[in-house]
Design a protein around this ligand. Structure first.
Ligand code: SF4
Length: 185
């Protein structure tokens, strides 16, 4: 069970995404935190999946320092680690009041994200400006490429925004779809 410690540099919803043709289904399954620290003796940044009760119960937010134990996640997940067994909050930042995006602080309940819905956001905007925003999200899209072979799936990263449509950092980018070997399936 890997040991980790470090500072939270992002906390966002953890979302499963299944795509086929132009349809998709989102599932809000918890939160994911990006930690800048040490995992299994190695210094780097890493994503950990965490359940809603723990994230909301501890009021986790950008800037907090943590340590704990977790498990390796499955390859079909965006996060590298999950199943946090022990979590200690070593230091808390003072309550954050942002005046401009990216927005930090304790993220809202998952129902708020579901009710707001998400809009696609370019990977570049996410990487450049939105990675630390509570309204951003990065997820591994699981894609069914051929409806005759539903178990044959491919994966890609997709990025989204649940934030206010007026955010000046928002960039929508091109639409995303699933295309089979012979074009549309
Ligand atoms: S575009 Fe969305 S994710 Fe990015 S900073 Fe604005 S509200 Fe946050």
């Amino acid at each position: 069970m890997p040991l980790f410690s470090g500072r939270v540099v992002s906390i966002q919803p953890r979302v499963s995404l299944l795509r086929w043709l132009d349809d998709c289904a989102f599932g809000y399954i918890g939160y994911q935190i990006l930690v800048d620290g040490v995992i299994d003796g190695e210094r780097r940044e890493f994503w950990i999946g965490i359940d809603e009760a723990t994230a909301q119960g501890r009021r986790l937010q950008f800037g907090d320092s943590l340590k704990g134990k977790c498990e390796l996640a499955t390859p079909s997940e965006f996060v590298e680690f999950s199943e946090v067994a022990i979590l200690r909050v070593l230091a808390r930042v003072a309550r954050i009041g942002c005046k401009a995006p990216p927005w930090h602080g304790v993220p809202p309940p998952l129902t708020t994200y579901e009710e707001r819905g998400c809009r696609r956001l370019t990977l570049r905007a996410y990487d450049d400006k939105c990675q630390s925003c509570i309204w951003g999200a990065v997820m591994l899209a699981e894609m069914i490429l051929d409806r005759r072979k539903p178990l044959h799936r491919k994966y890609r990263d997709e990025t989204y925004c649940h934030g206010p449509p007026t955010c000046h950092l928002y960039h929508r980018g091109r639409s995303r779809r699933v295309t089979g070997k012979k074009g549309k399936i």
